[in-house]
Design a protein around this ligand. Structure first.
Ligand code: XMP
Length: 515
């Protein structure tokens, strides 16, 4: 792999993704890894990421000069560039001139990394210190007003560095610079793609599970569906998927799993119709956290029972030891990247199965980012409606009915929600919107007029948001004509709803969901 050494800023994941967009496999490693640790991974190249420190601050992460003796091509970015300069005997100092944001650089010699670049270009900078003198043997490739040495390389030793952030889209030629490093500097071929991922994971899954039986809980979401499809491809009918229909899904979603997904992948599916059970458990409850707890608890009980049945049906001597989890790479990295740390989180994702149901986890997506999971899903023939599904909370419509959850209210919300989704899709807005909850204010009534009569119905709220990661979000400026069609259709077609309102709150202060 190409190793991206994380110096503690937000950039390492982005760099790793950009490398993969260049069809080269990459992994993130913490800066605390020793040179021996890094070399043990047999890296094809190493990228030192940006970071928040000053190279000369006490306790600043340090690059062992031995790294540059190993013969592995290295690219330093921002902090990584300065750390590289300092480790090899260059000079790094404060200039008194911070550079932040779009910055002009002059390319004095294109070298390898800047090959194909114009003499002047705008790049994204974010730094206080600067490299004043390149280490011996390095050629200076570019300068800016705040960075006497803004890029350098030692072509013979295959060591390269840039002061700016090629990984952000605000550096228009950034991806080109990364690709120059990967293809020309490190001599790598762009041959990593969804097809290879499938082939490689199929091998790994087979090696891990042997002829044991495997269970997977399907939620209807992207991650569990793609993970299940991969395992199905690897071990076929050794896999049983369990789909708990809790009755809180949106219109068409249960059918998508029960029919389209099964038809596309051929998985053995055990459907548990638990709709009544969830409704009974939720009766009388209005507090959001109580509703979440009830839904989580019931889910585990139902799943556990189903898992026991799968084990019993497997019969004597048949081993059911494996549980598929759709854990993604960001979870692995954020929980420390170590096997142990990541597993704790995965178990947590299952929701805490009882001790006597011990499974070993199969996590075929744990090296992948979300967009890569989608590409793998498409490669495996998972229906597009599932692959491109927007994030949907585990407790489902249960937390989009403000008030008590009843069968009738669920029907009302489903009818309104499907109209909003249809119209957003028709307007081609699906990829611009992160998600658009439709919320039923079930305990609120307002007066309206329809035909000749007075109505006294419920409002629904449209909550379209744009976001990168759901941590922050802004409300999406939907075109008025699209809003108008949604409003007209909902009030015409859903008799219980007589008002459609738009939520124009960002996050923070509002959360995406209403509960
Ligand atoms: P909030 O409402 O916290 O939502 O801004 C952030 C993201 O998380 C989803 N969400 C949940 N997902 N269980 C889940 O699996 C939950 O209880 C839950 N609550 C919110 C939400 O849809 C959004 O994508």
């Amino acid at each position: 792999p190409v190793l991206v050494v994380d110096f503690g800023a937000q950039y390492a994941q982005l760099i790793a993704r950009r490398v993969r967009e260049a069809n080269v496999y990459s992994e993130i490693v913490p800066h605390t890894a020793s040179v021996a640790d890094l070399l043990a991974k047999d890296p094809a190249a190493i990228i030192l990421s940006g970071g928040p420190s000053s190279v000369y601050a006490t306790g600043a992460p340090f690059v062992d000069p031995a790294l540059f003796e190993a013969g592995v091509p290295v690219l330093g970015i921002c902090y990584g560039f300065q750390a590289m300069a300092a480790a090899l005997g260059g000079t790094v100092a404060q200039t008194g001139q911070r550079e932040y944001g779009g910055t002009a650089v002059e390319v004095t010699s294109a070298g390898t990394v800047l090959s194909g670049s114009p003499a002047s270009q705008t790049v994204w900078m974010s730094h206080g210190d600067a490299v004043h003198a390149a280490p011996e043997g390095f050629e200076v490739l570019a300068t800016s007003s705040g960075s006497p040495v803004a890029a350098f390389e030692d072509r013979a030793r295959r060591l390269f560095g840039v002061q700016w952030h090629p990984e952000v889209k605000h550096s228009p030629l950034g991806q080109k610079a990364l690709e120059n490093f990967l293809y020309e500097g490190a001599g790598l071929a762009p041959d990593w793609n969804a097809g290879n991922v499938v082939a490689e994971q199929v091998e790994k899954i087979r090696a891990q599970v042997g002829d044991a039986r495997v269970i997977c809980g399907l939620s209807g979401g992207v991650d569990s569906s793609v993970a299940a499809a991969l395992v199905q491809k690897a071990v076929g009918d050794q896999l049983t998927c369990v789909f708990v229909d809790h009755g809180l899904l949106r219109s068409g979603e249960a059918e998508q799993v029960e029919k389209d997904f099964v038809a596309a992948t051929g998985v053995q599916l055990k459907i548990v119709d638990a709709r009544d059970r969830f409704l009974r458990a939720l009766a009388g409850h209005t507090d959001p956290e109580t509703k979440r707890k009830i839904i989580g608890r019931e889910f585990i009980r139902v799943f556990e029972q189903a898992a026991r049945e799968v084990i019993e049906e497997a019969g004597e001597g048949e081993d059911v030891r494996f549980l598929v989890q759709g854990t993604l790479y960001p979870d692995v990295v954020e929980s420390g990247g170590g096997e142990g740390a990541a597993n704790i989180k995965s178990h947590h994702n299952v929701g805490g199965l009882p001790d006597d149901l011990q499974f070993e986890l199969v996590e075929p997506l744990r090296t992948l980012f979300k967009d890569e999971v989608r590409a793998v899903g498409l490669e495996l023939g998972v229906p597009e409606g599932i692959v491109w599904r927007q994030p949907f909370p585990g407790p489902g419509l249960g937390i989009r009915i403000i008030g008590e959850v009843t069968a009738e209210r669920l029907d009302i919300l489903r009818a309104a929600d499907v109209i909003a989704r249809e119209e957003l899709t028709r307007a081609g807005l699906d990829r611009d919107i992160w998600q658009c909850p439709v919320v039923l204010l079930a305990d609120v009534r307002s007066v309206g007029v329809q035909g000749d009569g007075r109505t006294y119905g419920h409002p629904v709220v449209l909550r379209p948001v744009s976001s990168e990661d759901a941590m922050t979000a802004d409300w999406t400026r939907l075109p008025y004509d699209v809003l108008s069609v949604i409003s007209t259709r909902i009030t015409n077609e859903v008799p219980e709803v007589n008002r459609v309102v738009l939520d124009v709150t960002s996050k923070p202060p509002g959360t995406i969901e209403w509960e």
